[in-house]
Write a protein that binds this ligand. Structure first.
Ligand SMILES: *Cc1c(COP(=O)(O)O)cnc(C)c1O
Length: 835
């Protein structure tokens, strides 16, 4: 899209050098009024909160703009190395509160809004979540770029601007019903379209060889169907440091070229309409968490992201360095968030060889020194493989490059292990079988200088299991980077009361140095401090009830223990084990075993992939059990159960602050890290959990006495698996037998016969991959210990404080510090702007 340049070549400083905008209440109030009336053109008849929200957001955005520009100038001037976080998902949630906090505008904005007569709370709530992700992986990307900005690291996020984000979940008659999330419908004030940076991405066609004048045989990719990638930039502010980094999201658009044949045949409308197909690429986020789905459109999305982002970086490189790529690897690093963008390995090779005339060895040297890969799961169903046939049809030139990478790689393997045919077959990038497949994780490993897992256990399991052969070949590539969460959103913003108490007690340094939370530990023994801590938790529980009032459908006592499991619905996460325990509690109440009872409210939330039948059935079970339990007067004051629909980032902000007990009960060895567990810990919830993912490190930090542990270890799971016998666990436990009887007798589905049979069968199956039955008794015992502990509120508060005080490790500032120290090696660049 050529844009006409200024006659003088560039704009005058009078136009571009804006004096800093005021940060006082009066400045803000004036700008809010200006945007409401002038930018948005609204008047006294406008009743919608949306426009007041937008006017406010624009006034805040103005303050981001100047810092954004200055950050860009500072990076330019420093001529520094950059890292790029390539991710198919960025689960950003809402932007307004975060921007306010990070700009330090909290107080003046409260004043300004008060003077205008607007309610901040109401405006904040009218912002839709940017739900461009499924769960943990996408939220991690969002927390990462927050920490990069706070650490003043030159890191840019690259993703897709999905027209439709994560679906909206309704519950009807206990079943999940999905609704499209048209989050852009009312416009998106936080993005800046950059049409001048549009790039072209190619698909289809064929590869032909031709000879150049020097007789060099060359390849070209011809007769392609091209799609334009238009970038939309989103500002990512650091915490009160003047830095604003960029998240660049690509939208697919049709080229302006017409299919002339069709055009001349008179099918003008048809040929224009056909262009629509191009725009489908960024239309919708695939709602599968931790499982691949193998659709052609998904591969198109992946290549679209990789190609557009790499072209963008190379365009910038060539503008500054011409065609000299000798320092490219010293100045650029790409972090691949799972295998989703791993086609970037082959695409960078293609761009360097086909478009910039490097030879193979030069290109490979650059590629294999700039790519770094993060693995997020050990689940076999999540490992991406693409049929060679699909590749050939969609990306023929990339398939050739992958074959060439593989040939060279395998010759390295056979030089190292001569005659080891099995090893060659195991390690090949191409899986043989009735249909050849490209193993994307292997492509990522071979093309990267760093491969990391996301918690100690997970990284160790990768090296001993899934990637063992590669670890043997290249031990130096492998490392661990335990996940984290940003303390700005997940404590300072979402829990203002607790944040204020912490700041009052230990100063404000914790916001950017979370290890300082350990200064809270001595206060765990101070009864007056415990009382204040408890009052805040209680207020946050009331806030949670208030927020969810409409959805809860039951009266809940805020003094009950809030026992919470919110996360994607997946069998490995074992929401089923939790609901079996609920059935057990109900059974105890019904049989009169309720001496020393701890009143409890069990809260569930989470979306199931629309095609994941079993996960959806478990949602139905939770709702049916809730219906029976909540309507039985015998449970009054003792037990409530509820499923909160449409779990998302903005919901979690309220939920984690109001939780007492955090459920992290996955089958050991299956949850790579978990980050929900960290949000709860940081907000003073205690964890009941297995030795899985980051739970292990959480327990290490807080101490075994302050964590409710149960269940098999990852090793025990695997050694038991071959002779796993669920019936033996059921038979030897009276409690378990009674629960299975309630489930199988139709007690929770009296008018819907058979709907839970598949669930009961999965529990009784010796092939149950999640081995739910093996952990039932241990789980019930740990729950008893938690309930007993909750009775002693002083002791509980002490443990709650200690959980928060020892959560410092789980800041993404620590995680990103490690990525930078070990992988990216970037210099922080202070911003040129005022803070
Ligand atoms: C933190 C978070 C997750 C990840 O939760 P896990 O318990 O680690 O699976 C998923 N979704 C949302 C909205 C989150 O905020």
């Amino acid at each position: 899209m050529p844009m006409r340049p200024l006659l003088k070549g560039k704009p005058s400083p009078w136009l571009t050098d804006l004096p800093p905008l005021g940060m006082e209440a009066e400045d803000l109030a004036r700008d809010i009024r200006h945007h409401f009336n002038c930018t948005l053109g609204r008047d006294k008849h406008c009743k919608s909160a949306h426009y007041s929200y937008t006017a406010l957001a624009l006034a805040v955005r103005d303050r981001l703009m100047e810092r954004w520009k200055n950050t860009h100038y500072a990076y330019e001037e420093a001529d520094c190395k950059h890292a790029y976080y390539l991710s198919m998902e960025f689960l950003m949630g809402r932007a307004l509160g975060n921007a306010m906090l990070n700009l330090g505008l909290d107080n003046p904005l409260h004043k300004a809004l008060h003077s205008i007569g607007l309610e901040l709370e109401e405006l904040v709530e009218s912002e839709p979540d940017a739900g461009l992700g499924n769960g943990g992986l996408g939220r991690l990307a969002a927390c990462f770029i927050d920490s990069c900005a706070t650490l003043q690291l030159p890191v840019m996020g690259y993703g897709l601007r999905y027209e439709y984000g994560m679906f909206r979940q309704n519950i009807e008659d206990g079943y999940q019903v999905e609704e499209p999330d048209h989050w852009l419908r009312n416009g998106h004030v936080w993005e800046l379209e950059r049409p001048e940076l549009t790039v072209r991405v190619r698909f289809g066609g064929r590869v032909e060889t031709y000879e150049e004048h020097d007789r060099r045989k060359n390849l070209r990719w011809v007769e392609t169907h091209d799609v334009l990638a238009v970038p939309y930039d989103i500002p990512v502010p650091g915490y009160q440091n003047g830095t604003v980094n960029t998240l660049r999201l690509w939208k697919a658009a049709a080229t302006d070229e017409f299919d002339l044949d069709e055009f001349n045949a008179g099918d003008y409308a048809e040929s224009v309409a056909a262009k629509n197909v191009a725009e489908h690429i960024s239309m919708v986020l695939y709602p599968n968490d931790a499982s691949e789905n193998g659709k052609e459109l998904r591969l198109r999305q992946q290549y679209f992201l990789a190609s557009a982002s790499l072209q963008d970086v190379i365009r910038k490189w060539v503008a500054n360095h011409g065609e000299d790529f000798s320092q490219f690897a010293e100045k650029n690093c790409f972090q691949l968030n799972d295998t989703h963008p791993s086609i970037a390995v082959a695409e960078l090779m293609r761009l360097l060889i086909d478009e910039h005339e490097l030879n193979w060895d030069q290109a490979w040297s650059i590629t294999s020194r700039t790519m770094a890969y993060t693995n997020h799961t050990l689940l076999p169903e999540a490992l991406e493989r693409w049929p060679v046939r699909l590749f050939r049809q969609l990306l023929p030139r990339l398939l050739e490059i992958i074959f060439e990478i593989n040939a060279r790689f395998l010759s390295e393997v056979s030089a190292r292990w001569p005659g080891d045919i099995d090893r060659l077959a195991r390690m090949s990038l191409i899986e043989e079988g009735w249909e050849q497949q490209v193993r994307m994780a292997y492509l990522a490993i071979v093309g990267s200088f760093s491969v990391n897992g996301v918690a100690e256990l997970h990284s160790n399991l990768l090296m001993q299991g899934l990637f063992r052969d590669f670890y043997e070949m290249w031990p130096h590539k492998f490392n661990n980077k335990t996940n984290g969460i940003t303390p700005r959103r997940w404590l300072a913003w979402c829990n203002p009361k607790l944040a204020a108490l912490i700041t009052e007690t230990i100063g404000e340094g914790w916001v950017t140095d979370l290890s300082q939370l350990n200064k809270l530990a001595p206060y765990a023994d101070d009864p007056a401090f415990r009382k204040r801590w408890r009052e805040i938790k209680r207020a946050n529980k009331e806030r949670l009830l208030e927020h969810k009032k409409a959805e809860l459908g039951v009266e809940v006592d805020p003094d009950a223990m809030f026992d919470v499991q919110v996360k994607r619905m997946h069998e490995y996460k074992r929401q089923l084990l939790n609901v079996l325990h609920v059935i057990h509690l109900y059974d105890r109440i019904k049989r009169g075993d309720k001496a020393d009872w701890t009143p409890r409210c069990v809260l569930f939330g989470g979306k199931a992939a629309p095609g994941y039948v079993m996960a959806k059935r478990i949602i139905k079970l939770i709702n049916n059990v809730a219906n029976v339990v909540n309507h039985d007067p015998a449970t009054d004051g003792l037990l409530k159960v509820t499923f909160m629909p449409n779990y998302r980032v903005s919901a979690m902000e309220v939920i984690c602050a109001g939780a007492d007990l955090s459920e992290q009960i996955s089958t050991a060895g299956k949850e790579a890290s978990g980050t929900g567990n960290m949000k709860f810990m940081m907000n003073g919830a205690l964890t009941i959990g297995t030795l899985d993912g980051a739970n292990i490190e959480i327990r290490q930090e807080v101490g075994a006495d302050n964590f409710f542990l149960f269940g098999l270890t990852a090793e025990e799971v695997e050694s038991m698996r071959p002779h796993y016998d669920p019936e033996s666990f059921i038979n030897r436990s009276e409690d378990f037998r009674r629960v299975m009887h309630l489930l199988e007798s139709g007690h929770f589905n009296q008018f819907e016969p058979g709907i839970f049979d598949s669930i009961a069968q999965s529990i009784r199956s010796p092939h149950d991959p999640w081995m739910t039955a093996a952990d039932f008794d241990g789980y019930v015992q740990a729950q008893r210990a938690a309930a007993a502990a909750y009775k002693d509120q002083e002791a509980w508060s002490r443990m709650s404080i200690l959980n928060c005080a020892t959560s410092g490790k789980f800041s993404t500032d620590r995680t990103i510090g490690e990525y930078n120290r070990d992988i990216w090696k970037l210099q922080p660049v202070p911003s040129l702007s005022v803070k």
